[in-house]
Design a protein around this ligand. Structure first.
Ligand code: ADP
Length: 492
């Protein structure tokens, strides 16, 4: 039993669902509740969430686990982690959303980004923010709302407009009006310079986002706000905030420069801790704030590939080659190699480090000897091949990996974990507790509430055991696979 008031409540506001999880200070998961979130696709390329629904569902799951905990008095603090880049516009007086949230996947501002690129702004934006000009990031979405939504524009003219990412919206609602955003989330908007403590006036002008509508940029841990007592029965402090990928990096204990994690979910996200040095990528990787504590920042270099677990879903749902994701592991093990088959999973173009949106997927090397098992094995082999391309780009940017910590739904596949170790020629580690995103938010909240003196102490207390995978493949076999992959990639 924990003494009263030592549990940490994490709110994980994800893209497809929102969850509440309750941790004790040794990292034990005491309770969890989850609700799915409606996805709205009003036009091709547009993706929206109802911000009111995000709030209501988050409040509902939080109340559920607070009740399971035995009441708010048992809870020391709250940590929030969230889908990044997604934007909400709300009325700061009424506290009501003015439009549906524009989700990170939404591509409606592609033309606005192209226009800014054509006008020559990308080098400056990349230098200042670490980001590229892409609809993925928040700034052009915020401008779109002001330009195209009369209610948002009207609120802007009367000084009632509040703009923010999802953690900012939830914090506003939980506290009854505090308007803040943490530095990791702020660094995904294109409005924060990596070297600047606050919003950048020049970037706000360039993107046409009124600085006064944005919240105050804060640390990732500390006394950030206090929930209204009406929500949970007592005023619980909010002491940790972080974007989901930064939170997972912390949850994986990547607290020192060079330590790197890869999350294999629908897509794959790789972040390397770069310490206090602002990352400057020459390989179209992203520079981002990893964590800000006491005003001091650590940065990360980030690269993502679009297709990871979604390739396995495609094999199952569109091709019918497997009945479950787990079957892919059995099939891959049933053959000694892919029989010369190479899958380049560019089903929606190629992400980092290639950035070729026009690239299309391919399956090459087929013969009459090819079986379902060869195809599935080749699909799984593509995960390590894509990761190796990222590893090389990170190395060219001065962030050579010495090991890789993996998580996400796909990392449950032991064959993939071993293949990553083999192809990267590096030790690969997978924690037994794979909910690293929530764990990172719990560590930050624990630090911010004084349960821990440092993130290192939080990691020591809360991170559990890991499984290790060591490279075993011969250089000859590895090199042959790399050559085959590169050849197939050229044709994509
Ligand atoms: P997200 O957070 O992006 O929704 P998850 O981390 O839950 O994704 O991971 C789910 C993905 O992992 C799915 O795309 C699924 O195909 C894949 N996946 C799950 N289990 C396995 C497995 N054993 N082998 C390969 N892929 C898997």
């Amino acid at each position: 039993m924990n003494p009263p008031g030592e549990l940490i409540l994490v709110l994980d506001a994800g893209t497809t669902s929102t969850r509440a999880m309750l941790f004790d200070r040794s990292g034990g998961l005491r309770a969890t509740a989850q609700q799915a979130l409606a996805q709205h696709y009003p036009q091709p390329g547009w993706v929206e969430h109802d911000a009111g629904e995000i709030w209501q569902r988050t409040l509902a799951v939080a109340r559920q686990v607070v009740t399971e905990a035995g009441g708010a008095d048992r809870i020391a603090c709250i940590g929030i982690t969230n889908q990044r880049e997604t934007v909400v516009a709300w009325d700061r007086q009424s506290g009501e959303p003015l439009h549906r949230a524009l989700v990170w996947q939404d591509r409606r501002t592609a033309d606005a980004c192209a226009a800014l690129r054509a006008a020559g702004h990308e080098p400056m934006v990349q230098e200042a923010t670490g980001l590229l000009l892409d609809p993925y990031f928040s700034a052009t979405k915020l401008r779109w709302l002001i330009d195209r939504e009369p209610a948002v524009r009207a609120a802007s003219l009367t000084g009632r407009l509040a703009l923010g990412t999802v953690e900012s919206w939830l914090t506003f609602k939980l506290t009854g009006g505090a308007h803040i955003t943490d530095a990791s989330n702020a660094s995904r908007t294109s409005l924060l310079a990596l070297s600047g403590a606050d919003w950048d006036a020049g970037l706000c002008d360039l993107f046409g986002v009124p600085r006064g509508a944005l919240g105050e940029v804060t640390d990732n841990a500390g006394a950030l706000g206090t929930c209204l007592a009406e929500h949970f029965g007592a005023a619980i402090p909010i002491t940790g905030l972080a974007g989901d990928q930064q939170s997972a990096t912390i949850g994986q204990g990547c607290l020192s420069p060079g330590e790197t994690k890869a999350t294999y979910g629908t897509g794959a996200f790789v972040l390397a801790n770069m310490g206090s040095v602002i990352p400057r990528s020459h390989n179209r990787l992203l520079g981002t704030v990893l964590v800000q504590l006491g005003g001091q920042r650590s940065y990360a270099l980030e690269g993502s590939v679009f297709i990871a677990g979604s390739l396995i879903q495609w094999l199952r749902d569109s091709l019918g080659l497997i009945v479950s994701a787990a079957e892919s592991e059995t099939l891959a093990r049933s053959v000694p190699d892919s029989g010369g088959v190479v899958v380049v999973p560019a089903l929606s173009g190629l992400g980092a480090p290639h950035w070729r949106p026009e690239a299309r997927a391919s399956i090459t090397g087929l013969s009459f000897a090819t079986t379902r098992a060869h195809l599935v094995r080749a699909a799984l082999e593509a995960m390590a091949a894509q990761t190796l391309d990222l590893a090389e780009a990170f190395a060219r940017d001065g962030a050579r990996w010495t090991s890789l910590r993996i998580d996400g739904g796909m990392s449950a596949n032991d064959w993939i974990a071993q293949d990553l170790a083999d192809m990267l020629d590096l030790p690969v580690e997978r924690p037994h507790f794979v909910e690293t995103t929530a764990l990172g938010a719990a560590m930050l909240a624990g630090l911010g509430s004084g349960l821990f003196a440092s993130l290192e102490e939080a990691a020591g207390a809360m991170r559990g055991d890991v499984s290790g995978f060591s490279p075993k493949l011969s250089d000859e076999k590895r090199n042959a696979r790399i050559v085959a992959w590169r050849k197939a990639l050229e044709g994509a």
